[in-house]
Design a protein around this ligand. Sequence first.
Ligand code: F6P
Length: 551
Amino acid sequence: MSITSSAAWQALQQHAEQAKQSHIKDMFAEQPARFSELSFHTDNLLLDLSKQRFQLTTVYLLVQLAKTQKLPAKIKAMFDGEILNPSENRPALHTALRQPKDNTLSLNGTDIVADVHQSLDAMAQLADRIHQQQWRGYNGSPIQNIVNIGVGGSDLGPLMCCKALAEWVPEEAKQLNVHFVSSMDGSQLERLLHKLEPASTLFIISSKSFSTIDTLANAKTAREWLINASGAPAEIINQHHFIGVTSKPEKAESWGIPIANQLHFWDWTGGRYSLWSVIGFPIALHIGVKNFHRLLAGAHKMDEHFRTSELNSNLPVLLALTDIWNINFLDIHAHAILPYDGRLSHLPAYLEQLEMESNGKNVSLDGKVTDYRTCPILWGEIGSNAQHAFYQLLHQGTEAVMCDFIVPAERYQQASEELQQQHQLALANCLAQSRLLALGDSIFESADQAPAYKRYQGNQPSSTIMLKSLDPETLGELIALYEHKVFVQSVIWNINPFDQWGVELGKVIATDLLSQFNSDDTSQLDSSTAGLIDFIQSNTGSRKTDGGNAE
Ligand code: F6P
């Protein structure tokens, strides 16, 4: 039976008929204690849902929906390591990656918390060798540049955290520059190689599967660059300049990375949930191992909140149910992520993968095509920059968009007065935009005198996540908040958030097409693809004969 025929869903649908007619400005007018009734917090983080298009009754009905979908039991199942990813026959145990050392969790008779800490300790030792300049390049040079080569979950999480926490670089890591390379076309790598000195550059090849072509292509180019620059044999280069981070040691080894140069994790860690594992090695190199553990501790704190709080005061649950309301009952299908802090510039890209690769699915766990919407289109940008780009659409376009405003309350306490003022400016803009999106120009008495093109309708719902400040713990909490939000949504939608079959077929077709680039017979392809290949061939002279078949 589809969730849409449950009593809880139908009650929400009925409730939405009325809600669709109402305006957030009236909700504020009618409910003086709206903020205190619809905002929730942990020690470090405040979640304000009062600018959403809903009432306390809505929250009550949404919680009933969560109970219908047996959310508490599903949360327990995830933490206990039950198989929640049936299409790959795996549990999803990213929460185990941030459990403290003295905890235990048995999976098939093995204590995986002990395994996790063994792996984190190996990572710490390696980081220490690099920080202490004991790891040397082929000619004895200490390492100054780290290049992480990875893509998707093996890139976005570490990159986002390194950018967000760049102020937390400890003394021992100050001599290191950490770079990220992901794009398969080689453009990021090529630019970087011009600047780097081979002997002092160490590449981390981060790939859970160690078979992602984007990563392997960049890794190959990097190795050739080193071999050509040094004149040293591949064996020496592999030994001094490559570390492999993977769940497939044998594949990394056959590529050439000795086992001693590898860090390992497990298939029960999903790629987009892996920054807490040794995939976080670049983070540990950049902000130090201690700060990396603070990031883990922050995430664990959110795990405990999520695991133990009642549904109606549980931040990830409430954030998820809010989106469910917007998507499934108010028909809002676009979601903007708007951090008002330049350090969080990579958060939107990270969340795009987390949310859309997890929940961008139209088949339920029962194998049926869903008769309801799932993940919306998610995108984002530093909020204040987006004000000068796409906010026009948010304020006066024809699309309903839900927004997440994310900002720390405190910043620059030890910095200049000018910078402190800049943070105040960012805060004021963040609050101004969410206020205007919610209330429209009704905040000005004479607004209705203005011509239509100057009017602001408002009624665009938003959530504000205000952090006390941005530090490793709080960032850990924030990321785990979103991870669990995504999980809760998947439970409501009855989909598997831990697989990603929708990315596979494109890879197969690309491999096949690659072999067609030199072919003079593309007749089995559609006319568009054949025509584009013909254009490539005539511009690169790669055609075997002149017998192209483009229409
Ligand atoms: O193609 C999608 C994907 O599998 C993501 O899920 C993953 O994060 C990324 O590719 C990278 O995979 P890997 O770490 O195995 O190279």
